[in-house]
Write a protein that binds this ligand. Sequence first.
Ligand SMILES: NC(=O)c1ccc[n+]([C@@H]2O[C@H](COP(=O)([O-])OP(=O)(O)OC[C@H]3O[C@@H](n4cnc5c(N)ncnc54)[C@H](OP(=O)(O)O)[C@@H]3O)[C@@H](O)[C@H]2O)c1
Length: 326
Amino acid sequence: MPMELRPLGKTGLKITPIGLGCWQFSQGRGFIGKVWSTLDAATIDAVVKAALDGGVNWFDTAESYGYGKSEAALAGALTRLGKKPGDVIVATKWFPLLRPASSIITTLPDRLGFLDPFSIDLLQIHAPGSLSSVEKQAMALAKLLKEKKVRAVGVSNFSAVGMRKFHKVLTGEGFMLASNQVRYSLIQRKIETNGILDTARELGITIIAYSPLAQGVLTGRFHDDPTLALKVSFGRRMMSGITRAGLKKTEPLVRYLQETGRKYSAAGVAASATQVALNWLVNFNGDTVVAIPGASKAKQATEAAHCLDFTLRPEEIKEIEALSRK
Ligand SMILES: NC(=O)c1ccc[n+]([C@@H]2O[C@H](COP(=O)([O-])OP(=O)(O)OC[C@H]3O[C@@H](n4cnc5c(N)ncnc54)[C@H](OP(=O)(O)O)[C@@H]3O)[C@@H](O)[C@H]2O)c1
């Protein structure tokens, strides 16, 4: 079933509720890139192909995902799969740590070099931490919009207050803040209470949910085989509660996601815990939330792209809600 497109903020761009997260393409380079194991080009091509075949129309990468390795791997895969600039939407991020806002502009040629021949549809500030004020960062983004060097701009890991500051400067320059990319999943729901989701709804900003599967926890694989927890990086175990205590806490929810998936599968629509978790995430808040699950295997990307092939029943949503709140 093809996914229906959703607006990316008020930018006029239309995206599928599920994009593909490309952190996994970092090829082990750099501190951030080491969280995932290294994928070869054939695997990356297969993952990107599976996402495209499943109807996904956008991809999220970043400078810090292997200092250009992920951007280049994505561009290479898209090119080998016959995609041309404009066929898909490409989002990337500038890394702000200990850098002034001017580096948003001076590093743009590097981003475009790695993404060649693709251009940047959405340029995001990866996180707070720049040496410059939010105002200066927003003005640098506005300059790139004015010069049509990027089509839309967003932030990531910013608070509700930060979103408002960016929004104010950008609207003053005649533009919009398209998105805030934040951690959001059935077991990480802080944005529902810290003002981020409310601000997004009020200002028409899209929430891009990262780690939507809690880095694999919500797939059930670590609950089914806890020894797998020891095979993933320490950083990932700590970030996502892939520990004995963490898995015990999330077990009732994950078992229910698996059981719900099995019910749909028995009725003829293949569904898994992964798909139930993603389906809930991109539907629970109307059009405001989209998700970018990462994948290191083609079948994971296929599964994610087909998470909307079924409609959750109200009683299932209620039960997921209750177990998730616990
Ligand atoms: N802006 C930020 O600060 C920020 C932070 C984190 C992530 N992100 C973005 O968000 C994207 C997604 O987040 P994430 O990668 O942290 O977490 P995620 O999407 O929750 O988890 C992805 C991992 O879950 C496992 N998985 C996925 N589908 C599966 C399936 N069907 N069955 C079993 N396991 C499955 C895979 O692990 P294995 O590879 O071990 O098989 C995969 O690499 C990233 O790629 C990145 O683009 C952004």
